[in-house]
Structure formats: structure tokens, C-alpha cells
Design a protein around this ligand. Structure first.
Ligand code: AOF
Ligand code: ZN
Length: 352
């Protein structure tokens, strides 16, 4: 079972909204085949392990997560388990996806397959975050900012705050999360694509969410023009029919979110909506106001704070100094507040 978990771990964070699962098929304690959930979430581990297995009998199957019994993007794994005449099924973690929740186990038991649960292989393994999401549908929230030495954010055509290493880190982070969120002001200023640009991982680009109450989004931005390829959503409040029609034609999903009592779109409601759409985690990449609001509502779980060793002009830029101070107070756990110092094109993690 430990091997099954180690297999699952190979693709952890690379299977999109699907959890990564490991599966081994054995006979008399010899491994005949194995599988892991594919990058992007297909195929499922059991299918991958069983599909090429020749006819056999008395087989044992070890899976890190209970097998599914529903037809989703992938066929039910119970079907492959029955077809290949598995005799004993060992599983470890439960799957709290409402489509799963023991249905596969019940079905297999009725087919006379012996089932045994092997508990606590790894404490606090990645299925905990996965099953937490299945209970509250609240995505885990990551945030990232990059500032100069004197805490000012990036200004176009001025010294770059990020370097090749921090860019790679950002793109790895983008490949590991399901959704990315920014404010429209940052969108219009930076014209970002928000995709993952690491060779071979482009397919893991997150879905993009823009907070844009008044539909001020630039019509011909890179993001708008690439919405046919990468799922893109806008949270809007004021109904501008022409703009709505235009954006719909560009394949953008528009989510109507009325203002709350404070006359703004509510951060928690934004997260709940993202969660209900199935996205289990989200990365907030700016700008100042968006990040500030989510911090003030205590909604950020993990923060990445990149700081350059160069000083830049204060003009046209926002100081993140106060945000840095707030974060230092809020995040007592160093594993949740990563301060990364960019020096001479190297990355150094801050020493406190
Ligand atoms: C398994 N084995 O390797 C994985 C499972 O849309 P689908 O068909 O891919 O279904 C997604 C759900 O299937 C996902 O939410 C989770 O409950 C389960 N994932 N199940 O038997 C696997 N990755
Ligand atoms: Zn499955």
C-alpha cells in the first residue's frame, strides 16, 4: 500500500481537479502491473494498471483511494476490477466525492470481491485536503506577489522584479493549481495570459477568473483572445449588454455577482462560486486591492512573497510594505508564508 501511495505521489498536483491515485496488481505478493492517475486526470489509476493485464485469477489489487463507480470523464474503475477478476481489493483512503462515497466498494462487495481497508499509511497525506474540499467546497487559496526591495510592485518596462527562477516557480505553481484569480485593473495593466508556460505542462494551465464588476476588461487582451483555448470566467455586477454579448462570443463564462452591503463583490462568495464549479484550489496573483481584500477577510491559506534586491521609484506603484507587515503577524507558520528573496538572479528564502 505504501508503494501505491508513492505511485500516487508521482503525479500529485498534476492531475487537475482529480486526485492522484496509485494502484498495484499483485499475485502471491509479486507485482504484475501498476498504474497512476494520468497527468490532467485521465486515465484513472486502476484502469491504467488493469487495461493491459492478461487473463489471470486470484489477483490482489492495492489502491491508495477507494475505486470509483460512476461514469465521468473516465469509465468506472469497478468495471475494470470485475473484468480482470480481482479477488482481493485493498484500499486506504475514502473518496468523499459525492459520486463515489462507498458506492464502488458496495458494488464490488456484492460481486463477492473481498475488501479490506488499510488505514493511516501516511498521516496528513494529500487526500486530506482533497476530502476537506469535498465537505465544504471551499478551494484552498494561494496568493503570490513580487515587489522591489522597497516593497513596490512591478512597473511596465522598468527593472523586472521577477527573474528566470522566480518565473519558473510561478509557472510550476500555476501548473499545480486549478484556478487563478486577478482583478481587472491588474489584467488591463499587465495584459497577462496567466497560463503555465513550462514545456510539457501547458495542458495543466489553470482556469482563469477575473473580478470585473463594471466589465472594464480590455476587449482585445491576450486573455480574452485565448478564452477559446483556456476556460475563462468573469465575475461581473453591472449589466452592460453589448460587452456581455461580445465576451460571450469570445467563449468567456460570465458570472453575475451582485454587490454586498459594503458595495463590493464579496470575497467569500467568489471563493464559494469557484469551489462549486469544481476548482479545488486557486492562486490569487494580484493586484494590490484584490490581495488586500482577501487578506483582510482571512481567506488566504498560503502566501508567496517574492522580493527583489533592487529599489524602484515609488511613482505609479503600490507599496506592499504594510501587506508584508500584516502577513508577518498573521502567518505564524513559516510553511504558509514563503518569503523569497531574488538576488543576483538567484533565489534565497528569507532568513527571519
Ligand atoms: C479512481 N481512480 O485514479 C481517480 C479517481 O471525471 P472522472 O471520471 O475522472 O471522475 C473524477 C472523480 O473520480 C474524482 O472526483 C474522484 O472522486 C475520482 N478519482 N477515482 O477510482 C483514480 N483519480
Ligand atoms: Zn476510477
Amino acid at each position: 500500500m505504501k508503494l501505491a501511495f508513492n505511485l500516487a505521489n508521482i503525479h500529485n498536483n498534476m492531475t487537475g481537479v482529480n486526485p492522484s491515485v496509485g494502484c498495484l496488481v499483485c499475485k502471491k505478493n509479486k507485482i504484475l502491473s501498476y498504474g497512476v492517475t494520468g497527468i490532467g486526470g485521465s486515465p484513472h489509476a486502476e484502469y491504467a494498471a488493469l487495461v493491459n493485464l492478461k487473463k489471470n485469477n486470484n489477483l490482489d489489487c492495492y489502491v491508495s483511494l477507494e475505486p470509483c463507480h460512476h461514469q465521468g470523464k473516465n469509465p468506472p474503475c469497478t468495471k475494470a476490477i470485475i473484468n480482470k477478476k480481482i479477488k482481493n481489493l485493498y484500499y486506504s483512503e475514502t473518496d468523499d466525492d459525492p459520486r463515489v462515497q462507498g458506492k464502488g466498494l458496495e458494488f464490488l462487495q456484492n460481486k463477492k470481491i473481498k475488501i479490506r481497508k488499510i488505514d493511516n499509511i501516511y498521516k496528513n497525506c494529500f487526500y486530506k485536503t482533497y476530502n476537506d474540499f469535498n465537505k465544504n467546497f471551499l478551494p484552498k487559496v494561494y496568493a503570490k506577489i513580487a515587489t522591489s526591495k522597497n516593497y513596490y510592485s512591478f512597473i511596465k518596462d522598468k527593472p523586472q522584479i521577477t527573474n528566470t527562477y522566480s518565473k519558473k516557480l510561478t509557472h510550476i505553481l500555476r501548473s499545480e493549481i486549478n484556478a487563478i484569480l486577478i482583478g481587472v485593473h491588474t489584467h488591463n495593466k499587465d495584459n497577462p495570459l496567466l497560463n503555465c508556460r513550462i514545456n510539457g505542462l501547458e495542458q495543466l494551465s489553470p482556469a482563469r477568473f477575473i473580478i470585473d464588476p463594471n466589465l472594464k476588461i480590455n476587449k482585445n487582451s491576450k486573455l480574452v483572445l485565448s478564452a477559446k483555448k483556456i476556460k475563462t470566467y468573469i465575475f461581473y455586477t453591472n449589466k452592460n449588454k453589448n460587452k456581455i454579448n461580445y465576451l460571450k462570443k469570445k467563449n468567456i463564462y460570465l458570472i453575475y455577482l451582485p454587490f454586498d452591503k459594503k458595495n463590493e463583490q464579496n470575497c467569500k462568495e467568489i471563493l464559494v462560486t469557484i469551489g462549486l464549479l469544481g476548482y479545488k484550489n486557486v492562486l490569487i496573483e494580484g493586484g494590490y486591492n484584490t490581495i488586500r481584500k482577501f487578506i483582510d477577510h482571512n481567506l488566504i491559506d498560503i502566501f508567496y512573497f517574492f522580493k527583489n534586491d533592487q529599489t524602484i521609484s515609488k511613482k505609479m506603484s503600490h507599496s506592499f510594505k504594510n501587506i508584508n507587515m500584516i502577513l508577518l503577524k498573521k502567518f505564524k507558520n513559516k510553511n504558509k508564508f514563503h518569503q523569497i528573496y531574488l538576488k543576483n538572479n538567484n533565489l534565497t528564502v528569507f532568513k527571519k
